[in-house]
Design a protein around this ligand. Sequence first.
Ligand code: CAP
Ligand code: MG
Length: 428
Amino acid sequence: MSFADFVDKNYKPSKDELVALFYVEPIEGISLEEAAGRVASESSNGTWTEVVTMSDRIRKLSAKAYEFNGFWVKIAYPLDLFELGSMPQVWSSIAGNIFGMKAVKNLRLEDVYWPPDMVKSFVGPGKGIEGIRKVLKIEKRPILATVPKPKVGMTTEEHVKAAYEIWTGGVDLLKDDENLTSQSFNRFEERVRESFKMRERAEKETGERKSYLVNVTAPFYEMKRRAELVADLGGEFVMIDILTAGWSALHAMREIAGDLGLAIHAHRAFHAAFTRNRKHGVSMKVVAESARLVGVDTIHVGTVVGKLVSPLEEVTALADILRKDKLDEDWERKILPKDWLGMKRVLPVSSGGLHPGLVPDVLRMLGTEIMIQAGGGVLGHPGGPRKGAAAMRQAITAAMEGIPLDEYAKDHKELRGALEHWGYMRPV
Ligand code: CAP
Ligand code: MG
């Protein structure tokens, strides 16, 4: 069986096959067809040479590169290649060895068409957007979260004091940072216990629902123990660094969170190591789709205007993938058709270098069905975290009412303080 056997330009996949869209750039001396055939081979059931154990029956499982458009290639995979309901196995197949192949100069998995039987084999989000809104009793406006900064280093006491000010200033969700778990100066158990005590006080004082995205990321059994503690203390969310923890851990945590009645906030730390290069790696769309299938409730999508790389067409594509039930093929944004078959919708989180002056931009791009997160943009307010929180909340109200921030700031001094400090700058 040669690489040519993994290419068939007349092939028409059925809707029950998985289709992957790749950007394939061969090395010099190798044709695009051959490189694509090698990708289809290595990601399904081929290898560098013919093997004597191949048979007609096994050959039927081979993937086929069938559509070519410049360097863009679609490859169809028979569903029997996959173990249904296992995201690690899917990634080991279509996002596995192939990125290291000598035959390709660049290779990027850009999007995936997930066939119905595969979609049905995953549970999806436990709460979804509607469930989260219900828990927080916030019907229409964006949900507002803040990560106390410095991201690591504060003692538990300092952390909880900042939490109190953030909540009472008007933020809905306290959020741990991705690398704050249980360090010597701020142990997990103590932080969580003290924060939930403080939450009660903040709720009483404001009359609003307040919650906490608790970063439980840890070696698996510890992560499970931490989630149980969050549930015991009356929490509603766990936060997981899903890419450093891994798909298998997320699968298990989805079951555990489901049993405990907790929602999952997905942090994507590590993604840019393989999503940022537009020609090589795996796109963030594939990460977001995989996360929706395995079952997160909220996930970071970027800001366009903030401190981290996140182009507009990518951020809006992610929001559509997470929030819509169905999508048609969209060649501009390189999206393959989607049908989530009623699976719950995921709330996109816009975060990274945001401050009040940027809130109207984010709402214009993403609408109000989002979570906005600002760490430095709250804790950096010259008047302190409470005023920083109030300024963010005021910016959201102004943007939703279509009032220019400068106008609204005339009789909202916290927002005025933020605008005097940062203006409308876009951080780098
Ligand atoms: C933001 C943040 C988030 C990033 C994640 C940080 O802090 O807490 O982790 O936004 O990036 O550590 O940088 P600031 P993304 O609000 O102070 O910038 O959302 O792109 O995954
Ligand atoms: Mg962070």
